[in-house]
Write a protein that binds this ligand. Sequence first.
Ligand code: SAM
Length: 266
Amino acid sequence: MEVSAASDTGESSAEGTYDAYAPVYDVFTAHFGHDDWLPDLVALLERHGLHGKRLLDVGCGTGKSFLPMLPWGWEVTGCDISTSMLARARGKVGEEVRLVRADMRSLPRLGEFDLVWSIDDAVNYLTGDGELNLALAGMRDNLAPEGLLFFDLDTIHAYRTFFAETEVVEREGHRLVWRGLARADAAPGSICESRLEIDPGEEGASECVHRQRHFPEGDVLAALERAGLECLAVYGQGLDGIPDQPLDESVHIKALYVARRAPDQR
Ligand SMILES: C[S@@+](CC[C@H](N)C(=O)[O-])C[C@H]1O[C@@H](n2cnc3c(N)ncnc32)[C@H](O)[C@@H]1O
């Protein structure tokens, strides 16, 4: 059995986790409504001044967070730490999309983008101290002067529920067991884990550990400011996928952040 366990060294384990998870990622997340969610998100961002169609998708995974943008004429660059996730994305889009293997903690300047986003809790994999600051600074450097940054984070409610529970998914000939290892009273700011068992008991079974950090709103706002970014809005989102204000960490499962370069960074 192949095990991609979380490291205790402070190094991100996300690369190993997602290299193991890639073959079944789309199966496990088949019910995630990116096709409905992303158009609504773009409409929301337009209300915050989004102009232009150059997108940098940070932690793009298998492409679910940029694929719906292509028919609307967006010019997409996607990056991810996992080559296996990128290979899945490449299989869907060929050369139409520029895909780059990059770690968001040391993001190179990949261009000038009207929108930089990181969708579906990719940023929560930054478990080491200071890693959020590094990622935000790299995202800032990829923004056009008037560009927007958007990312979502799992709330403490998500860690106390989804990350504390077992869920079994049987789909497309696979059996996936998500074993949340967090406590139902996980403290704000803590690091939580879940073990995903892929086809347990079968030939070719594997496991990967998802190790994520909860970021309280105050810490995120401080990190945005340190990175030379101005926060334009914070939303909470429940299972209905509809952004709501104010963010309530005890009710919402996701926190959504919209930011842009601070005035002295434009
Ligand atoms: C939950 S998946 C989301 C993928 C995609 N955005 C989506 O909506 O389906 C999180 C992604 O973040 C990537 N990731 C985690 N840590 C990363 C890092 N330090 N740099 C770049 N990508 C990272 C993982 O490899 C994975 O593909």
